[in-house]
Ligand binder design. Structure first.
Ligand SMILES: [Fe+2]
Length: 249
């Protein structure tokens, strides 16, 4: 059985303890291959903003490798400090912790804490940067950001899930949807899926990162016995250095 068939079988046999909405979404939107998204963005992109807004897909691979063992070790070290993230009908077993943010435990968006814009929010490296010095140094050195917003570990516990949702709300967000989140798989156990409506699964594996636009509905599941650890980075990218991180195929 090839990996896609294995995943299809996993989706078809998910226990009914997972919500029907989640199981239905995964069944409908998982594809054995990533959907063709029409023409790719120009191979010599001169304008990162144009790519962020107009690229026809929801995710673009980044050519940085996050496989060093310290990422996993330091993430497990800070895990006990993580807090429930949006623990509601939307998710189960989803925890988060800020490496850079308003504080380590303020894992929600700036509006939640009374700020009108990202730039108004006094983000800083939290005390977690002392517990995760190599992760912090790697990010500062390898990711060209003019300004860092939230940098968070996202922990999805065994049996955890996030129901289909969009990251954008027209009433809340001040600009049109664009790629704005770097999502890094620190661990990605077999049995984890991140599926985007009409596009299929984002092909995460440990150490792999994608630039992500959350405008299409997406859902996640960790149907394994291990912790799934990702990082999500928001910030103002430094063009054109950042553009060289985007994979062109
Ligand atoms: Fe999301």
């Amino acid at each position: 059985m090839n990996p896609a068939e294995k995943k299809r079988q996993l989706i078809d046999s998910l226990p009914t303890s997972y919500p029907a909405e989640l199981r239905g979404f995964l069944k409908e939107n998982f594809k054995p291959q990533i959907a063709v998204r029409g023409d790719p963005y120009p191979l010599s992109p001169s304008n990162l903003e144009q790519i962020r807004v107009s690229y026809p897909g929801s995710f673009l691979a980044l050519n940085i490798d996050f496989q060093d063992s310290f990422f996993v070790r330091e993430a497990y070290g800070v895990y006990p400090y993580s807090v429930n993230h949006r623990s509601s009908y939307l998710s189960q077993g989803w925890k988060s912790l800020c490496l850079h943010g308003l504080s380590a435990e303020k894992t929600q968006s700036y509006q939640t804490y009374g700020y009108n814009t990202q730039d108004e929010a006094p983000y800083q490296w939290t005390e977690m940067s002392q517990l995760a010095p190599q992760t912090t140094q790697f990010l500062k050195e390898k990711i060209p950001m003019k300004k860092w917003y939230r940098v968070r570990w996202m922990f999805l516990e065994p049996g955890g899930y996030i129901l289909p949702h969009k990251d954008y709300e027209p009433s809340r967000d001040q600009h049109s949807p664009r790629m704005n989140a770097i999502n890094i798989a620190i661990t990605h156990p077999e049995g984890c899926l991140f599926v985007v409506e009409n596009e299929g699964e984002i092909p995460f594996k440990p150490g792999k990162a994608f630039y992500f636009k959350g405008a299409q509905s997406h859902a996640l599941i960790n149907h394994s016995k291990e912790l799934r650890i990702h990082m999500i980075i928001h910030g103002a990218p430094d063009e054109p250095a950042f553009i060289h991180l985007l994979e062109t195929k």
